[in-house]
Design a protein around this ligand. Sequence first.
Ligand SMILES: Cc1ncc(COP(=O)(O)O)c(C=O)c1O
Length: 477
Amino acid sequence: MQSMSDYYSAIQLRSDRWSALQDITKKLASNPKGSSAAKLHGKTEELLDMLGPLESYWAFPGTAAFDYLRRQCDHKNYDDLAFSVRRILRALTSGAYRRRSIPLDRDDTDNEELEDEALLSPEARALTKPYFEVLFVDNISEQQDRWLRSSIQRMHRTEDAFTYQPVIVPSLEDALIAILFNHNIQAVVVRPGVTLKSKNELSILQRYLSRIGDDEDVDGLQPENYGAELCRLIAKVRPELDTYLVTDRSVESIAGLDLGLCRRVFYNQEDFLELHLNILRGVQARFKTPFFTALVEYSRQPTGVFHAMPISRGKSISRSHWIQDMGAFYGPNIFLAETSATSGGLDSLLEPHGPIKEAQELAARAFGAKHTFFATNGTSTCNKVVVQGLVRPGDIVLVDRDCHKSHHYGMVLAGAQVVYLDSYPLNEYSMYGAVPLREIKHQLLKLKAAGKLDRVRMLLLTNCTFDGVGYNVERVM
Ligand SMILES: Cc1ncc(COP(=O)(O)O)c(C=O)c1O
């Protein structure tokens, strides 16, 4: 088993541990009385211990299911254990847990398991409700946990546009770990019982806490301020999330606090329907696709087009006696959705004021950027735009020799003075690695000695490289 320190990402660690658990439980089930059974049993327990703290941040398979696996292991029901682990791993890999509940008991037939999820048609996929997870932060007893889960479950209605499942964690630190580790989380409900410290000591998870920055000192906080502070920190690390604060404090004492991007404060109330509707509405607002929606609408309109006539809206294809196969390959929508600023179609990319503007503003909010601009000319043009936007003629730029050629063109257009950086060779694989830190420092020191350090404007690397080598980004930055 690989040591945990070999992992950069908790996501990768989680998925590897589940795969290892599947392998070991399969071996145990096939030979439960064999000479290596005791050793395999020990390894299974070790893996379950390892996975337990990771799983507390995910809705699926969830703590109840995880306890069930532990019981199967304690009782040496290896067949059942191997079966449940296999089913969980399949659902995690295919994403089936997002579409339906996954029974773990062998007596429960999972009819749909036979249908390979990967073979679902795009149309069938488009019809399933999008799924997300909602983080509840509250230090509650097991009994309260059950009550909270059933209260949330009762709110779900068939007419809801989305489905969600809760993840419940006790503390501010756990909440910050959860939102960075679990990308399914789309909304956070901070409740009155939130505590400060996580009891989870896995260093790979604790590492997430360093993302909130050294300037944030939460240790000196008063407990009554944990909730408000958490709202503020969430806005800092994942600004796109919808945050709700449930508090038993008075309006006056909350009013002056910085709550980040908190959408709504619930004072002293457990109105789950109201909360449920807010959560759905919040996600619905972010699910808005102004440009795509306008495009679909536009494609349905009968439109007279008087420019570039032979090709517009696919007529040259649909009326051709020869290239019907091309029309069949792409389908009609791609041609009906053809739009042009010249013919007053939807909006102008160069001077947006309609759906493109709205879509760019929403994208900027999602990325936490001041502005986002869409481009239709591919990444090459975007790279040139960025380079020309940042680099002035005569600026010195350190460029990885293996960067995509668009960067080099960008340098020419910007009039930059380029210092090329060499990557290290990986002779045994006949390929190149990345640019070593040593090389970057060496070039910078050379420029310093020449008195040109103040002219260095940019360092341009490609992560991962074209041969698939990734940098330790934090270290290089
Ligand atoms: C790292 C990198 N940059 C830029 C590009 C250029 O993308 P486009 O073909 O969209 O211009 C690519 C495409 O392969 C790329 O891999």
